[in-house]
Design a protein around this ligand. Sequence first.
Ligand SMILES: [Zn+2]
Ligand SMILES: [Zn+2]
Length: 436
Amino acid sequence: MELKIWGGAGEHGRSCYVLTGEQHRIMLDCGVKKEGTGQYPLLDVNLIPELTAVFLSHAHEDHSMALPLLYKHGYEGEIWTTRPTVSQLELYFANWGKYVAGRNGELPYEPEDISALRFRILEEEASAGQWLKLDDGLTLQWGRSGHMLGSVWFRFQMEGQQLFFSGDFSRESALLAADAPGKPLSESPTVPNSSISATALSIMDNAYGMDEESQEQKLHALQQFMLEVLGRGGHVLLPVPAFGRGQELLVWALSTFPNQPILLERAIYEGLCQMAEWEAWLRPGSLHSIEGAMKTLHVHVPGSQEERLHLLEGEEPFIIFTTDGMMESPRARWYAERLSFSSNHAIVITGHASEGTFARRLLRGETEETYCETVQMGYKIHQGLDDVRYMLHEVPSRHTVLVHAPKPETNRVIVCLAGEGYLGLHSLQPGSILQI
Ligand SMILES: [Zn+2]
Ligand SMILES: [Zn+2]
């Protein structure tokens, strides 16, 4: 069997892995990289019509936005994913279109290639942890990966080999449930349990590279920082994606800073309402926190620009949640401009900021004169070093490819883990091929 990396290893973005056996050629994710006018996986268009199945781990653009290229180049099959993922894709396509147009780029596919996407819904065919036979020589199991609404990991049995793909994975979400991939919940129909531990290949999220901090440690640092800013009368701006850590940070902020006024942009509020509709993906008790947040009186969702200005110009400092995480949207920039006049205010970037984005330029001090403080303090939605150690014990594999971080960082992780006795780890890059 052979693994081809078409994107996603040794970099952040354009996740795309192709596994080829005798009978099957499957693809895991097909995303883009938010750099320049967008970078796409290194697709070999001659191989695309030969794909026998495609699997999508979640809706984020770095895993999904190149999928129309498959249909453009002759793929006629289906994409296996979850219902919440399908329901979020429309917004991601709209935003990706805006991102590309905003940089005078052109999409490499047409609207009809987007409408050509055909889905098969995992949870309608098998529940989490159950084995589902797709074809002779291809069986799968999926579980919730705790990274965003509808995100999953996959375990495959393909032509007698066991394969694992973590997708983007987090055990530390405050709201989302994650299923441990370690123990298969039911026995495989074709392979006895004894050989299940002998996974041939794992593709494993290590987006945070060497970072070993826990969510608790990160949130403690964020709390201290925000207390200081609010204490000096400054607003704290948290630019976040419409779906994902924004809702988690909102629920966290409500319990950490009781009575603190919060300004919440509608898109993030709507993300919260959407979460409430997918209880099966939440941790026990999360629905209660989400519904509480939706009803909290000191959470203001501005309906007009006038209201927004009125709130910002009042006496009290606000915690502000706006889209988007990399601050490319006009609204995020508008807030940054409003806050730029005083050194009391602060902007906190809580996720990845790609090269060339406004968030990255702010962090580097490359924007026009600004007095407000900009810091990067992460909220975990991926795996760091310690999470990888844990997963290596859960899913022991002959080969493990660590993905989602720049290559030099992945190299450091591999040196460190090899020193601790972990074997079979790989740091690869787009274009790499691994024989299994
Ligand atoms: Zn993701
Ligand atoms: Zn990702």
